[in-house]
Design a protein around this ligand. Sequence first.
Ligand code: SF4
Ligand code: SF4
Length: 210
Amino acid sequence: MEKWQGWRKIHYESELDSEFSGEIASIPGGDQLFNCIQCGTCSGMCPLSPYMDYTPRQIIAMIRAGMRGEVLSCYTTWLCASCYSCTVECPKEIRLTDIMYAAKRLAIRGKVYPTRFPIPVLAREFFKSVEKTGRSNEGRVLLRLYLKTNPFKMLSQAALGMKLMLRGRFSLKQEQIDHRDDLHRIMKSLEKEHMIKGKDELTGVREVVR
Ligand code: SF4
Ligand code: SF4
């Protein structure tokens, strides 16, 4: 039985963003998304698709249609576990996992992602911890995750946290690496390499879109 996805909304062409697919296509290999034949293999392979608000196949169709708002604010990209099953099985060799990441990056850039949903919060706190110290401290990341999403849940987990702490399985002590400047330099250079082109930089990609 088909999942309930809310009331269907008619989209008029004037509401669609013709630049959106080009922005996603500007990542390395992203232009492959225009070869999608909508076979649905990716959705069939995806272990998380039953929980997603739009299936991976729908995400590709929506990007091509220019449905920027729906794609960037949906839960699907955040539920993607980067297992690469879709990418491996796609008959057109579309790197759907990378496309999911590109959509996430645009959502973060535009601040339109579901901010209170635990997965983006976890990703953000993990990244901040590694960027700042070179190490991830699961105790601190978890603490921030609960504080920013569901502080009451933290109270219900307090006894378990204390037990784990007493047994040395859980700690709030933050470690940090030496030479953190080198780490920041590496991260900056990676950022440039995976940068998604903005609307003003899309001249080359527009040719592909056409
Ligand atoms: S498996 Fe590939 S070609 Fe088929 S719908 Fe998914 S992305 Fe498109
Ligand atoms: S990489 Fe993401 S979208 Fe692809 S099959 Fe895995 S969870 Fe699903």
